[in-house]
Design a protein around this ligand. Structure first.
Ligand SMILES: *[C@@H]1O[C@H](CO)[C@@H](O)[C@H](O)[C@H]1NC(C)=O
Ligand SMILES: *[C@@H]1O[C@H](CO)[C@@H](O)[C@H](O)[C@H]1NC(C)=O
Ligand SMILES: [Mg+2]
Length: 259
């Protein structure tokens, strides 16, 4: 691909040099047609957010600096809560329909991620640039130990509704085993109770991608007889990889990316 692009640039340069002296390199590297360079940050950042949510963006390490205000407004305003509530409503509708048609088997289960799925770390990100700064594991772990992350309201509601339907709740998080106590204390603080399992990374899992670690744990759950009807997570790496839940539900998260 790279070679092809280079070839294209060279050919374009030669062709243009013959015609007039326009800066062809700029035309090649600029944003695609339709994304005008004078479009507002709001419009650009909304497109950026869509590319992040769909996974089109691929891996990324920090939000574009021009989108810090946009991400803050999204997270603090009504849209984050509203987008999350729609995802939760879709999840519940699917769960009810799946159980009604007998797809749940003897041990229907739902997998929830923890951070930015059951718990919101917005209070931490509010004082750490809303994802515009490089991730700081030390300060984030300190925040985890405080164990005061609030629930995402629509996730807490969904969690209770799924329990009401008799679905087994499995919590599968990228947090480490040493954070079990703080995580449990925080989940209770936020209103979560009576989960079936809380699965955290063990030492052999350190260094695995979330896709690998979480897929392995879903496979173990299936081997134990759980039928994973649904999986809720704010990262595609919570959801992708085999075995997959019957349906996966992507929650919004414009603040950070985990592979
Ligand atoms: C990361 O957080 C720790 C603890 O708050 C702090 O001491 C350290 O300076 C931070 N590192 C960076 C690169 O900001
Ligand atoms: C568990 O975590 C909470 C909150 O971080 C803390 O107050 C408590 O002392 C911890 N308990 C144990 C047994 O480590
Ligand atoms: Mg998460």
């Amino acid at each position: 691909m790279r070679c092809f692009h280079l070839l294209f640039v060279v050919v374009a340069l030669l062709a243009t040099a013959a015609a007039d002296a326009k800066p062809v390199l700029r035309a090649v590297t600029d944003a695609p047609a339709g994304v005008a360079s004078d479009s507002s940050d709001e419009l650009y950042c909304d497109g950026w957010r869509l590319s992040v949510e769909t996974g089109n963006a691929g891996p990324w390490s920090a939000i574009p600096s021009r989108c810090a205000g946009f991400v803050r407004a999204y997270m603090e305003g009504e849209r984050y809560a509203s987008d999350s509530a729609v995802a939760a409503a879709d999840s519940l509708a699917f769960a009810a329909q799946a159980l009604a048609s007998g797809d749940g088997g003897a041990r229907p289960a739902w997998v929830f991620d923890v951070d930015e799925t059951l718990l919101s770390n917005s209070p931490y990100y509010a004082v750490n640039g809303w994802g515009s700064q490089e991730f700081n594991e030390t300060s984030f772990d300190e925040w985890v130990d405080v164990a005061k992350a609030p629930a995402l309201p629509s996730s807490l509601k969904l969690y209770k509704e799924l329990q009401g339907l008799g679905i087994h709740i499995i919590l599968l998080t990228g947090r480490s085993e040493f954070q079990r106590n703080a995580t449990e204390v925080n989940l209770f603080f936020a209103g979560y109770h009576s989960w079936e399992k809380l699965i955290l990374r063990q030492s052999p899992d350190i260094g695995k991608t979330a896709v690998q670690y979480k897929s392995e744990r879903r496979a173990a759950l299936e081997a134990e007889g759980f039928k994973i009807l649904g999986n809720s997570g704010d990262q595609w790496s919570d959801l992708l990889g085999l075995p997959m839940a019957t349906r996966s539900f992507k929650l919004p998260n414009p603040m950070y990316f985990i592979s």
